[in-house]
Design a protein around this ligand. Structure first.
Ligand code: GDP
Ligand code: MG
Length: 337
């Protein structure tokens, strides 16, 4: 098996393990659903219930069911069993991520990480820093959450763990001053990616949103050649609230992408699907654990497979690995549930 295939399988295995709570929550009812004898209103109602139970949201669920009804009618499908793959494919189609979503990773970029308290901003920065570094990039972190000394220390711990440098000042320092220093250092050191940790803020707190705007102004004034990527972090365990937070933040500040964390800690991982299909902002990364390697690019196809595929069925095996990898060994333990 090539290294590339091994790596992809490793990623998928971690994803499947990370999402096991949601899978356990919905898998049984999802599979039983398709044993129905008839495709009638009861069948559609049960499907709706199952999808909503995973926190996929009413709007997304309705879209899925409408699409399914249209296909059933058009293709004159009579067996409920045939609907399973159709549903999985409809969900996949709803949430494609444009490949250009990750172009920033290959440019000189300043990543501003924002969101409310406790969602996983600092942790995600640590994980991202380690990944970018392992790709051979020059990475720098900035501790612009200066509210508490503990927040600065926490980022320092991650900088050690990831083996990247950090720019920090003392507790209570002006976050914009930290950003100013960090940008100067990034320019002087020819940094590829500067990750800025910020204090937890609510979209409706004017002073905090003004502070964010000031940080952005400093970056564009002092480092106009850099690309600015503003990522909002959402806690996946907060379900529909996370969706609402993303909506509110994007109405007051520019957001280029979303990181959904703690998907390992929820039985309602369908929220990632709702967020991806209901907002015009792409989900770029997902957190599926507390370890440094537990952050992945969001791959909707793998995500849906990890949640819904029946790993006992041979046909699903082909869907698991990206299209570019064609042959996989059938004896691989990846497919053990
Ligand atoms: P911040 O206030 O937004 O900076 O949040 P932190 O980065 O301090 O994270 C808050 C808590 O969430 C910490 O205990 C993290 O270990 C935990 N956390 C962050 N991401 C994940 C994740 O993907 N999975 C799990 N299980 N815990 C996470
Ligand atoms: Mg923090």
């Amino acid at each position: 098996m090539s290294e590339e295939v091994k790596e992809k399988k490793g990623f998928f295995k971690r994803l499947k393990e990370g999402l096991s709570k949601t899978r356990n929550n919905i898998a049984e009812s999802f599979f039983n659903l398709f044993k129905a004898t008839e495709i009638d209103e009861d069948f559609y109602d049960s499907l709706e219930e199952t999808l909503v139970m995973s926190d996929m949201g009413y709007e997304t669920t309705e879209k899925i069911i409408d699409d399914l009804k249209a296909i059933v009618k058009e293709q004159k499908i009579k067996e409920a069993d045939a609907c399973r793959d159709i549903v999985v494919n409809i969900i996949r189609d709803q949430m494609s991520v444009d490949e250009s979503a990750y172009d920033f990773e290959d440019k000189k970029t300043v990543i501003l990480v924002i969101g409310v308290n406790g969602v996983g901003k600092t942790t995600s920065i640590g994980k991202l820093a380690a990944q970018y570094k392992s790709q051979g990039k020059k990475v720098l972190m900035a501790a612009a959450d200066t509210f508490r000394a503990a927040a600065i220390d926490q980022l320092k711990t991650w900088s050690n763990r990831a083996g990247v440098e950090i720019i920090a000042q003392n507790e209570g320092a002006d976050p914009s001053a930290v950003v100013y220093d960090a940008v100067a250092a990034a320019k002087a050191r020819n940094t590829d990616i500067l990750l800025i940790d910020t204090a937890g803020r609510l979209h409706n707190k004017k002073n905090l949103m003004d502070e964010l705007a000031k940080m952005r102004r400093i970056i564009s004034r002092e480092y106009p050649e850099a690309n600015v990527e503003s990522l909002i972090v959402l806690d996946g365990t907060t379900g529909q609230n996370a969706l609402e937070q993303a909506r509110q933040f994007s109405s007051v500040t520019e957001i280029n992408g979303i990181i959904i964390t703690k998907l390992d800690g929820t039985a309602k991982g369908g929220i990632a699907i709702a967020i991806q299909s209901e907002l015009n902002v792409p989900v770029k990364y997902i957190g599926i654990g507390e370890k440094i390697e537990d952050l992945q690019r969001f791959n909707p196809s793998n995500y849906v497979t990890a949640l819904f595929a029946d790993f006992d069925v041979k046909s699903d095996i082909e869907m698991i690995i990206d299209k570019d990898i064609e042959k996989i060994e059938p004896d691989d333990d990846l497919f053990d549930i």
